[in-house]
Design a protein around this ligand. Sequence first.
Ligand SMILES: [Zn+2]
Length: 184
Amino acid sequence: MILHLEYLEPDESSLVPAGPLRAGKPVARLRSDAAAALAGMIEAAKRDGVHLVVLSGYRSIVEQAKAFADAEMRHGRGRGIRWVAPPGRSEHATGWAVDLGDLAAPSADDELPFADTPSGLWLSRHAAEFGFEMSFPPRNWQNVGPEPWHFRFVGSPESRAAFHPGAFATVIRALSAAWVFARS
Ligand SMILES: [Zn+2]
C-alpha cells in the first residue's frame, strides 16, 4: 500500500490567486508557474466552448488535517486515506495541484462523473499540452482512488522534479512511505 507521498510546503510568496472559482468556493491559490499555465489552459478550453472552474488549489497542512479528519468521519476510521491524503502528503500542499470542475455541472464536482463532462473530456485530451497531468487515473501505482478532477503541474523543472524524481528516488520514497504507514 503506497498511497500518498510526502511533500514540502511552498513559500507563501510564491502563491497567487487562480480562477474562475465555482460560486461560493473560497479563493484558490497556486504557485505562480502553475497559475499562469492554468490561465492559458482555461482560455484555450473556453475557445473550444468548454468552461472550467477552479474548485481547490493550495491547501496548507492545517487545512489538509481538517479535510482528512472529515473524510475519516464520513468513510470510517482508517478508510479516509483512500479519499483524502493525510496532512503533509497531499499534492495540494505543494501549490502545484488543482481540482477542476465544469461550470455547468456542479453536481459532478469531486466525483467520478466529472470524467464524462465536457470539461473532463477536454482535460483528458489537452491537459498535457499545458503541463498538467491527472495525478490519480484509475489503477494508479499509488493505489489512490481515481480522481479525474485532480491535476498536478509538471511543466516546470522544479514541479517535474517534485512529482517525477528519478527512478531511484521514487523507490526510496515509496519504501519510506510504506515504512511510515506500517508504523501508523
Ligand atoms: Zn485534489
